[in-house]
Design a protein around this ligand. Structure first.
Ligand SMILES: *Cc1c(COP(=O)(O)O)cnc(C)c1O
Length: 468
């Protein structure tokens, strides 16, 4: 019997943690990200997993990552999490055109793929905290989808408080209402008088204040939290099984719209676990630091520009650290040095990188505004399928690497109704598919938020006053 799986920091200066502690801890204390000590091998299970329902497959995959979590509780929690999704199948796969397929990940309560992980994470927090008799205060910064999915995952919980900062007046009105119409007593929306970067800086300051972090038990819900990655690995298996069965092929590709590198990283781990994935196609918008890296081996920070796909408007992708750690042979000193160099100079060059041949598993393409609009219009007119702007970037990228023999599964990460302005711009008209009753119902909903100045002391005092 080998010892149960534990989690290591990519920077090497934190003692290995069991799963439950890794979930509560979020980011490692040495500033690194937590990764499993060894990655489970899924190959012996592939045949058994093929016919499982989504919740059963989630249990089969997640228990490999959470050996210290009571199995019957994990099973119950996952069934409950995916019962909150609309329809019988939380992750339907459907043909798009040729050998391109769409994996619809937007049938959760907030209509974006983030529900897959945050419905699970919220329930994991509740279970772990109640078993330990502890409380947790989540502090998060959001430019849109993360905030509403995280709030929805923990609303009403007794042992969890959640503080979500968004830039005042700079998220879409729909996204703002999705967050601020949740009136549960443990939910605090902070509209910060500043930019998204100001929100993130403030969050980092609060987490960097270790006495404050300990006193108020601060926790993280962004994709640095390993439980989010583990939850997302599941749908790669699920979709690959469906498409391999439909096509009779024995391998697939995935195309993934990417911001923080979390979602695509889950697919990369699925491949490493033994899922037959030929390669992953990484899609970005104009904020293309990752696409540039996978072409040149140079990770060079640029200015964030506003695009049609705001959840991908990111220049520094936190989960890239997990990938680089593996690429550098799991060397924590080399990983720490790489991110120190990047923090100091805004640039990091992968040693030995050959331009055009950076990685065999991940290829990349950037999709600009015009191509996003054209892709939305084309598929709406040709197939009657309405893509949201993030998904459109993924579909565009998939087409740059269409092999004609390996089916490609494009991750549809959000419901188009979340981005009505982009849809209207693409189609020149409003269409019924750009609406969803959940969003329409928000129009007259009462809302609550606190508008605070961009000042660390004020936000700290606000959190302290309302913390659990
Ligand atoms: C968060 C998000 C993404 C990017 O996912 P990452 O895990 O940050 O790479 C893509 N599309 C939508 C709709 C999102 O909400």
């Amino acid at each position: 019997m080998t010892s149960p799986l534990r989690y290591l920091s990519t920077r090497g200066a934190q003692a290995p943690l069991p799963f439950q502690d890794a979930v509560l801890c979020g980011l490692a204390d040495d500033g690194g990200l937590l990764v499993p000590e060894t990655l489970p091998d899924a190959r012996p299970y592939l045949d058994d997993w093929k016919g499982l329902s989504y919740a059963d497959l989630a249990f089969a995959v997640m228990r490999l990552f959470a050996p210290d979590f009571p199995a019957h509780r994990l099973r119950a929690l996952l069934s409950d999490a995916y019962a909150s999704f609309e329809g019988d199948d939380p992750a339907p796969v459907r043909p798009l055109e040729g050998d391109l397929w769409l994996l619809e990940l937007f049938h959760g309560p907030t209509l974006a793929f983030k529900d897959f992980a945050l419905q699970v994470l919220g329930r994991l927090f509740a279970e772990i905290l109640s078993a330990r008799g502890e409380k947790l205060n989540i502090v998060a910064a959001t430019s849109g989808d993360t905030g509403s999915a995280a709030i929805c995952g923990v609303r009403g919980q007794e042992r969890v408080g959640i503080f979500v900062m968004h830039p005042h007046g700079r998220v879409s009105p729909l996204q703002e209402r999705q967050m601020t119409s949740v009136l549960d007593g443990n939910v605090f929306n902070i509209a910060l008088e500043g930019s998204f970067d100001d929100c993130q800086n403030l969050m980092k300051k609060l987490f960097g204040d270790l006495p404050f972090k300990r006193e108020y038990r601060l926790g993280a819900v962004n994709s640095v939290n390993w439980a989010r990655i583990a939850s997302q690995i599941v749908y790669y298996f699920y979709a690959a099984f469906r498409v391999m069965e439909e096509t009779g092929k024995d391998e697939v590709q995935f195309a993934v719209p990417t911001g923080n590198f979390g979602d695509i990283l889950a697919g990369w781990y699925a491949k490493r676990m033994g899922l037959p994935v030929r390669r992953l196609v990484l899609a970005t918008n104009e904020n293309d630091i990752l696409a540039r890296f996978f072409h040149t081996g140079r990770y060079v920070k640029g200015e964030v520009v506003r695009s049609l796909s705001p959840s991908m408007d990111i220049q520094v992708a936190s989960n890239f650290e997990r990938w680089l750690f593996e690429r550098l042979g799991r060397d924590p000193l080399a990983t720490a040095a790489a991110f120190e160099t990047f923090a100091a100079t805004g640039e990091y060059v992968l040693p030995g990188a050959v331009k055009g041949a950076i990685d065999r598993e991940i290829v990349a393409a950037a999709c600009d505004r015009q191509r996003t609009l054209a892709t939305i219009a084309k598929h709406y007119r040709a197939q009657g399928i309405l893509l949201d702007p993030h998904t459109a970037a993924g579909v565009f990228a998939a087409k740059q690497y269409d092999t004609g023999s390996t089916p490609t599964i494009c991750l549809a990460t959000a419901h188009p109704a979340k981005f009505p302005a982009a849809i209207r711009e693409a189609l020149g008209e409003d269409v019924p598919e750009a609406h969803h009753p959940v969003l329409d119902a928000l129009a007259d909903a009462p809302t609550r938020m606190a508008v605070l100045p961009n000042d660390c002391e004020t936000v700290r005092a606000f959190v302290a006053e309302h913390a659990k």
